[in-house]
Ligand binder design. Structure first.
Ligand code: NAP
Length: 348
């Protein structure tokens, strides 16, 4: 049986919508899903432009890591899911686990049901951003800072403490803010463009610094005007060459900064005991699987209870054909505070 898929034909090559074999049944422990929504991430264009993550012999490659759809078939040993359930999950780097196609498979233990209050598009905005925020903040070392490995309601353990989220309006940043609110941090300072201020406050930011007014070199001073509390944690969702040194400077001695891209801190001082942790926002690898299972076990309830809300979404027309233009917009910083979502089964 075949389907339509967006193929990256070769390393640094072109994308092309083409007919491609489809998985027809679920393997043991897995679920086969008809993909209704597949959100775009910066990593998708970076895989194409930088040749990251996919080895030469795995082309043509199918990308797409944020997926929502309907259960089509359930493999041996899977409990809790049946045909027709609406589900969402984190795609993997093998073609059969990817989202830019009409059917995909997923290990059942890292799949969650979509709560009734969410659309497929909203659900597809969650996995990569949420996992990146949760792994960095909640998972035990060496994956993350270990603030809440069981993803429990921790009864305001962090009351009185202050934290900074750089790139507060990014997808990752929005989930980091919500996860910090859940921990009860008293001061959550978001750094983003001013038009996101009230929305980020609705997610849990208590204070806001406008990135168009305060440059990275003045971030430290702006934070000190808001709070005299030591900043023990910075989540730098942006992780650009400019943002990382700025976040590092904001940290108190002994503090910890989570970054989403490779470490750019060149002027690190060894006796300040500050730590930098680069997050890996995917729960397919063995190293991240146990935390991923915990996370996906709790996710539907966190969404039902409104503790976590999805990103705002923009639905793209024309099925898989829309993805290339969407990735161009992401690369050129033309998307702000919103997740672009494709609908593979609407491909003509
Ligand atoms: N390591 C991993 O596994 C992993 C996982 C996920 C993401 N990432 C990386 O993390 C980064 C964020 O990903 P994402 O999907 O969350 O991004 P995104 O939502 O696509 O980011 C868009 C946002 O970037 C913000 N931005 C751009 N320049 C900024 C600046 N100078 N200061 C503050 N905000 C700025 C814009 O904010 P305003 O509109 O407010 O200006 C915009 O809302 C990307 O580089 C991505 O590749 C890594």
């Amino acid at each position: 049986m075949s389907q339509e898929a967006l193929l990256l034909e070769s390393k640094f090559g072109s994308f092309k919508v083409a007919t491609f074999p489809r998985p027809t049944s679920a393997l043991a422990g897995e679920i086969l899903i008809k993909v209704q929504a597949s959100a775009l991430n910066p990593i998708d264009w970076k895989v194409r432009d930088y040749g990251w993550l996919i080895s030469d012999d795995n082309y043509p490659a199918i990308l797409g890591l944020d997926i929502a759809g309907d259960v089509e078939d359930v493999g041996e040993g899977v409990v809790g899911f049946r045909k027709g359930d609406r589900v969402f999950y984190n795609g993997g780097l093998k073609n059969e686990y990817a989202g830019f196609q009409q059917y995909s498979r997923a290990p059942a233990e890292i799949v969650a049901k979509i709560p009734k209050n969410l659309t497929y598009s909203q659900a597809s905005s969650i996995p990569v951003g949420f996992i990146s925020a949760a792994c960095g903040l909640y998972a035990k070392a060496p994956i993350g800072l270990g603030l809440n490995p069981a993803v429990d309601d921790v009864e305001k353990k962090f009351q009185g403490k202050a934290v900074v989220v750089i790139g507060g309006s990014t997808s990752v940043g929005q989930y980091a803010i919500q996860l910090l609110r859940y921990l009860g941090f008293s001061t959550i300072i978001a750094y983003a463009s001013a038009y996101h201020s009230s929305y980020l406050k609705s997610l849990g930011a208590t204070d806001f610094i406008d990135r168009k007014v305060v440059s990275f070199s003045n971030l430290d001073t702006a934070v000190k005007k808001i709070t005299s509390s030591p900043i023990e944690i910075v989540y730098d969702a942006l992780s650009s060459p400019d943002s990382q040194p700025a976040g590092y400077k904001v940290l108190t001695n002994g503090g910890k900064m989570v970054i989403t891209l490779p470490n750019e801190i060149k002027d690190k001082v060894d006796d300040d005991k500050k730590e930098i942790l680069q997050v890996h926002g995917n729960v397919h690898p063995e190293s991240h699987r146990e935390f991923g299972v915990t996370l996906f076990g709790k996710l539907s309830k966190l969404l039902e209870d409104g503790i976590i809300v999805p990103n705002k979404v923009e639905d793209l027309p024309n099925g898989l054909e829309a993805i290339v233009e969407g990735l161009r917009r992401l690369k050129n910083n033309e998307v702000s505070g919103t997740k672009l979502v494709s609908h593979p089964n609407e491909t003509a």
